[in-house]
Design a protein around this ligand. Structure first.
Ligand code: DC
Length: 218
């Protein structure tokens, strides 16, 4: 079984993908984590995310390994576990910028398809239903208003004790949406055959029930 979940950042994709993976006993692969790992490496080396020749060279010298399981995705960058560092705020923008490059997409899609071919899995990202797994058994496009997504992120950061400004978060999310939806290669968009779920006024459990309802119906 292959399940694709796409949508903008903060819509709840990874939360739902983890829940589905554990309910269905399948593997969860967070594809955004892979773009984040490459973004982190570029950041550390001072390489601009839009410098295609340098990023191409970087890909040739980089090993990204993912340990995908029901519980989540651990990411290793050249052998180092970077699962925590890739979540830092500035890496979100690096990941979004670097993911627009064609050479990066070729590299990641190939790796993601290889991982997904090994076991039944649920993948979340931006191009899973359209590019990575066009023949997925179930495709979901999960959305929510920018305000709601920014608010959820704000509460998440507060809970972690991080200082943050909700208006700034909203602005960053809107910028990243624009980047991801308007890039030339594999922009974020709903696959024609994906089921769209707007989670703005739904609880996690309600979204889960909706998704499982579609899956159990076959
Ligand atoms: O899901 P995320 O926020 O961790 O993803 C970080 C960035 O990676 C996102 O802004 C766009 C890019 N990405 C992508 O282009 N394709 C994917 N399948 C997953 C993520």
């Amino acid at each position: 079984m292959k399940i694709a979940i796409d949508g903008p950042s903060g819509a709840g994709k990874s939360t739902l993908a983890k829940i589905l993976a554990s309910e269905l006993g399948i593997t969860y692969l967070d594809t955004g984590a892979m773009y984040r790992a490459l973004g982190l490496k570029a950041y550390r080396l001072g390489i601009a995310a839009n410098d295609e020749p340098k990023v191409k060279e970087l890909i040739g010298n980089t090993v990204i390994d993912v340990l995908a399981s029901e519980g989540g995705t651990q990411v290793f960058l050249d052998g180092e576990d970077v699962s925590t560092q890739i979540r830092e705020h500035h890496i979100s923008k690096m990941a979004s910028d670097i993911s627009a490059l064609h050479c990066v997409r070729i590299f990641m899609v190939d790796l993601q398809r290889k991982i997904a071919s090994l076991r039944p899995s649920v993948l979340d990202g931006r191009d899973i239903g359209t590019v990575v797994l066009p023949n997925a058994d179930y495709k979901f496009y999960l959305t929510a208003s920018v305000e709601e997504r920014a608010h959820r992120r704000y509460l998440e950061l507060l809970a972690r004790g991080e200082k943050c400004d909700e208006a700034q978060i909203r602005e960053d999310i809107a910028k990243r949406d624009y980047n991801d939806m308007n890039r030339q290669h594999s922009p974020l968009k709903k696959a024609d055959d994906a089921i769209e779920i707007d989670s703005t006024s739904l609880s996690v459990d309600e979204v889960k029930q909706k998704m499982l309802g579609f899956i159990r119906k076959g």
